[in-house]
Every structure is written in structure tokens, then in C-alpha cells.
Design a protein around this ligand. Structure first.
Ligand SMILES: [Ca+2]
Ligand SMILES: [Ca+2]
Length: 180
């Protein structure tokens, strides 16, 4: 019983200390308010370049890169190569390519089966469920096609292709990733 009481007192003391510690930084934190204004401005400027779609933001980059270079570039701005989760997103990304490029052109998105042939992943960790493969694709031609291009052929469908090919690409950001 005594031990229980001691424990209860200890818990109370710890709670009081924790509260004091929690209060302290707030009292001395007038600085971050200004930072938040700057951050908000940057967010707004940055936001204009991105197409918002159901809580995610997409951006087309026209300068051709290899798949790995493109993914690396997307990561450098806090994004990944785009995952495509459904038909609506696929359609909207095709329109985005057309709008930015002036024509339909094969474009990297974030699908890859480089780890194990035939097992596809999205580089942003999304579940790989929806697909829009062209007929007879992915064919892993010559055993060396491990990266996913969309907008292939007149059907504007998906094709697996050699990762070292250079393509324009689309990055995606989750909504909560404000900067970076
Ligand atoms: Ca493959
Ligand atoms: Ca192929």
C-alpha cells in the first residue's frame, strides 16, 4: 500500500515537471511566428506551379531525364515521381502533359519493377493497384525494361521501358509536405 502511494506521488511530481517543461518553450517562442509568415508566402508561391488533385499535388517537368535522375530530382523538392491510383488521376495527368507540353508525349511516372521483374512498386510508397498497361505490356523487352512510362503510343497507355531512356516526368507531393 505504501509503495502504491509513493508511486502515485512520484507520478504526480513527474506530471508537474512535465507540465513546467512543456510551458517553458511556449513562453519564449515569439520568433517562430515570423517564420510562419515567410513559410506561408513560400507555400503560396510554390503552390502555383502544382496541380492539386484530391489532396495531392502534381507537377510536370519537361526536361528529359533518366528514370533515376527524375526520381532523384523529385526527391530534391520533397516529392516523388508520380504514382497513379485510379483512372481519374491517369486522365488528369494526360491532360496535364498535353497542357504543359502542347502535345502528348511519353512521360516517366514512379512505377518500377527493378527489384524483382514483374513486381511493380510506386516510388512514393502508394499501393500498386490501378494499372493502364498497353496491350501486351509490360513485356520486359530484352529482359531490361523496368521503368514505367505513361502516355505511350496512340492509345496513351502505359509501357515498361529501359530506365536509362530520357523522358519528361511528373512529380507528386502529398498535401502536408509544404516545403522542401
Ligand atoms: Ca521489368
Ligand atoms: Ca515494354
Amino acid at each position: 500500500m505504501m509503495a502504491m502511494m509513493k508511486l502515485a506521488v512520484l507520478v504526480l511530481v513527474c506530471a508537474a515537471v512535465a507540465q513546467t517543461v512543456a510551458d517553458a518553450p511556449q513562453a519564449a517562442s515569439s520568433e517562430p511566428a515570423e517564420d510562419n509568415v515567410v513559410l506561408e508566402k513560400k507555400r503560396l508561391i510554390f503552390h502555383n506551379y502544382w496541380t492539386v488533385m484530391r489532396g495531392r499535388r502534381f507537377r510536370y517537368f519537361s526536361s528529359p531525364k533518366t528514370w533515376a535522375q527524375a526520381e532523384s530530382f523529385c526527391r530534391s523538392i520533397g516529392a516523388n515521381l508520380a504514382s497513379v491510383r485510379n483512372r481519374f488521376e491517369n486522365y488528369k495527368l494526360l491532360r496535364l502533359i498535353k497542357k504543359k507540353q502542347g502535345r502528348f508525349t511519353p512521360t516517366w511516372i514512379g512505377g518500377s519493377d527493378a527489384q524483382t521483374n514483374g513486381v511493380w512498386f510506386w516510388s512514393d510508397g502508394s499501393n500498386y493497384q490501378y494499372t493502364n498497361w498497353c496491350p501486351n505490356e509490360p513485356n520486359n523487352y530484352h529482359g531490361r525494361q523496368h521503368c514505367l512510362q505513361m502516355n505511350f503510343s496512340y492509345r496513351r497507355c502505359w509501357d515498361d521501358v529501359e530506365c536509362w531512356e530520357r523522358r519528361p516526368f511528373i512529380c507528386v507531393k502529398r498535401r502536408w509536405r509544404i516545403l522542401g
